[in-house]
Design a binder for this molecule. Structure first.
Ligand code: SD4
Length: 345
């Protein structure tokens, strides 16, 4: 008799009626934990709720990761979507990607005035022979698919931050690692939550999500405004399949956040998947790629943040970040919780 079956019988004989197989699954090493969804940063908690509505009803991981990150794209005061910080010229430009369990993938980059870039990315995947559309072409495609052109205005928070930035206009694309002098932010010393910068904005700009559905299929999504006050035309890792996002349904799914240039350099998400293929745990796999970036960057590693979250076919998850301050949200049938990520420096 298999260990799993023996455990199950033991539980039944203890009279634990109504103890679902799913609940049981989350407590053993031998059964696949599914469905499960994980997402970057504390915004991942809300995003996970959106994804869970799909997963808990037996829906696909693909639908879940789209719906999940749409929650964050809708949160106007957040750092993702049209409410986010603009580029140096004052325009919000968005990147997004999505990938399913059959290597289908789609992405958009440098997209303006469209509320849900993730859904445009999905349309690119499903309705075109291409993987990636950018800029004006991506916007035209979105409009032809029935997406609405939103007004060209900044959110209140973004406007304030941009006006402040314009006073100095220093080009210093530091992501996620900056410490705030805001007294309220000092409360976050233990990094229970991402700290707010002096300009009142969250110090990250991305939501990345990966999920395993009840059928055992993996999918992933990522959507971002990239880096605040970036050079016009800058595209990060998030829409680059293999860098910001990668899914191999035989192995696992990975999404990145942080300094996109350094994630692209090492084909980050794909590299993490390959380490999992070699038998590394999700956390070990993330760590190996973060350490590689640290080595490449040498002393410059002090100035950047890079983080990965990973999920394997068994529903095991893990993360690793270059610096402290990163967290990610995990939703299973046991609930939705925020976990602090291990880190290197
Ligand atoms: C980028 N990786 O465009 C994104 C930014 C990010 O939290 O993740 N910020 O480089």
């Amino acid at each position: 008799m298999s260990i799993n079956r023996r455990h199950f019988i033991n539980l039944s004989s203890l009279g634990i009626a109504g103890f679902t197989l799913q609940g049981f699954a989350n407590k053993t090493n031998n059964i696949i934990i599914k469905p499960i969804v994980i997402a970057t940063w504390d915004a991942g908690l809300n995003a996970n709720k959106g994804a869970w509505e799909v997963l808990s009803k037996g829906g696909s991981a693909l639908d879940a990761v789209e719906k999940g990150v749409m929650v964050t794209e809708d949160e106007i005061s957040c750092c993702v979507g049209l409410g986010a910080n603009p580029d140096r010229d004052g325009h919000v430009t968005l990147d997004a990607s999505i990938m399913d369990h059959e290597f289908n993938c789609g992405s958009v980059a440098f997209l303006e005035r469209i509320k849900h870039p993730i859904s445009v990315a999905r349309k690119v995947m499903e309705k075109t022979p291409h993987v990636m559309l950018v800029g004006e072409g991506a916007q035209q495609f979105a409009l032809s698919e029935g997406f609405k052109l939103e007004p060209n205005v900044l959110s209140e928070d973004a406007k304030k931050a941009y006006e402040k930035w314009l006073k100095k206009s220093t080009y210093k694309p530091v992501i996620n690692v900056e410490r705030s002098t805001n007294p309220n932010a000092q409360l976050d010393e233990k990094y229970k939550a991402p700290y707010k910068l002096d300009n009142g904005n969250w110090n990250h700009d991305t939501i990345g999500m990966v999920a395993l559905d009840a059928n055992g299929n993996l999918s992933g999504s990522c959507t971002t405004s990239g880096a605040g006050f970036k050079l016009r035309g800058r595209v990060g890792d998030s829409p680059v399949i293999g860098a910001g996002l990668y899914v191999d349904n035989e192995v696992g799914a990975v999404v990145a956040t942080g300094q996109g240039e350094d994630v692209i350099r090492v084909a980050g998400a794909s590299a993490v998947v390959e380490y999992m293929r070699q038998g590394k745990s999700p956390q070990e796999a993330c760590k190996l790629v973060v350490e590689k970036i640290r080595k490449i960057k040498k002393e410059k590693a002090a100035d950047i943040q890079v983080c990965f979250i990973a999920l394997n076919k068994k529903g095991e998850h893990g993360s690793f970040a270059l610096h402290t301050g990163f967290n990610y949200a995990v939703h299973t049938s046991d609930g939705n919780k925020l976990l602090e990520s291990p880190f290197s420096i």
